[in-house]
Write a protein that binds this ligand. Structure first.
Ligand code: ZN
Ligand code: ZN
Length: 357
């Protein structure tokens, strides 16, 4: 899977002759080939794409990179030298670059070495990446299924005395075991009073009877991320725990019901937020309803009060309201949904009724 042609097709409208991709995420999106950090550069001109890398990756890149000329850097012939040759060959005057990813040091180096204008153009990639094609969706569904298998197994292991960290470690093992290539982020596992930290770090705290355990985790499969959160109770759940859980679940369902291409991020967020506000917990839901998911765990578009733009069909966003009561408990429930013209399709299949283990 590669997107060289999709990127090339956008150059003219963006008044660019080429797009330089130096960051890991966009380079992968363009080429379908993953290499670490700054170990590779893709250059997309209007007529032709190039993939530059070093000898450690040449063999693998030759196998994976389709639709681009592969060239190897060498001693005295770094990335800038090879890009300069392409600038001359294609008479490139305006070259887009990833202002949201490139370091200032690299930017200064390229600016000095290249005889063309470097134009900030990260948004071109973000706009393209927002709308998923079938192959991307297939990878994302695959990643989600792996996470769900890990969840099914981990539910058997959650009991009083087990630490948050042990559950986090097991989740990572299980996702790799079921076929993930990596985590999409470090799993969040928080229990009892730690649950009020939306992005808490798993600790040595042991799980107790009558506590919630919130697990937010995801993996990477074929280069694409999954993201899900489930909150379960251990032993028993108090009336307050039931009330908070049901409020979050109702809010999530309201947000999902409102999610449709053409609606703004603010409208979708607002539908969920209204439920939490009506229940008196408005102050306890500090983050936004959802974020885009794809090559990166957080990408455009956001279902947040700040986003006044209509969400596009084909975008995959999370649906993750939460209520956090400091020092007491927290609940978050997260699915990922695919936006369509008429509504949305929930990619997450794991059940959401309150589970008391
Ligand atoms: Zn998450
Ligand atoms: Zn998320």
């Amino acid at each position: 899977m590669n997107h060289f042609q999709k990127i090339a097709a956008q150059l003219e409208a963006n008044n660019l002759d080429a797009m330089l991709l130096t960051g890991e995420a966009n380079r992968f999106y363009a080429s379908g080939f993953h290499s670490a950090g700054t170990d590779g550069v893709a250059l997309v001109t209007r007529k032709k794409a190039y993939y530059f890398t070093d000898s450690r990756y040449t063999e693998a890149a030759a196998r994976w990179v389709q639709g681009a000329e592969l060239r190897e850097i060498g001693r005295g012939r770094g990335y800038a030298a090879l890009i300069r040759e392409a600038v001359a060959a294609h008479q490139i005057r305006r070259m887009g670059f990833e202002d949201a990813y490139m370091t200032v040091q690299d930017w200064e180096r390229y600016r000095e070495a290249l005889p063309c204008d470097l134009v900030p153009a990260t948004d071109l990639l973000w706009q393209l990446r927002m709308v998923k094609d079938d192959e991307e969706l297939e990878a994302m569904v695959g990643a989600q299924r792996i996470a769900e298998r890990a969840l099914t197994d981990i539910l058997e292991e959650i009991r009083p005395g087990v630490t948050e960290k042990e559950i986090a470690a097991r989740l990572q093992y299980l996702m790799l075991h079921y076929g993930a290539s990596d985590m999409s982020f470090d799993p969040i596992v928080v229990s009892g009073p730690n649950g009020s930290l939306p992005h808490g770090v798993p600790s040595e705290k042991t799980i107790q009877q009558g506590e919630f355990v919130t697990m937010d985790f995801g993996c990477i499969y074929h280069g694409y991320c999954s993201d899900m959160t489930r909150t379960v109770a251990v032993g028993f759940a108090t009336e307050e725990m039931h009330r908070v859980y049901q409020t979050v679940l109702s809010a999530q369902l309201a947000g999902i019901a409102a999610a449709r291409a053409g609606r703004t991020g603010r409208e979708v967020d607002g539908a969920a937020r209204a439920v939490i506000e009506a229940a008196g917990y408005g102050e306890r839901f500090g983050h936004s309803f959802g974020h885009g998911v794809g090559v990166e765990i957080h990408e455009a578009p956001n279902a947040s009060p700040m986003n006044d733009k209509p969400l596009p069909a084909g975008a995959v966003i999370s649906a993750e309201p939460g209520i956090y009561l400091p020092g007491k408990m927290g609940v978050r429930i997260e699915d990922v949904i695919l936006l369509t013209e008429t509504g949305c399709r929930n990619i997450t299949k794991a059940p959401k009724d309150l589970l008391v283990l």
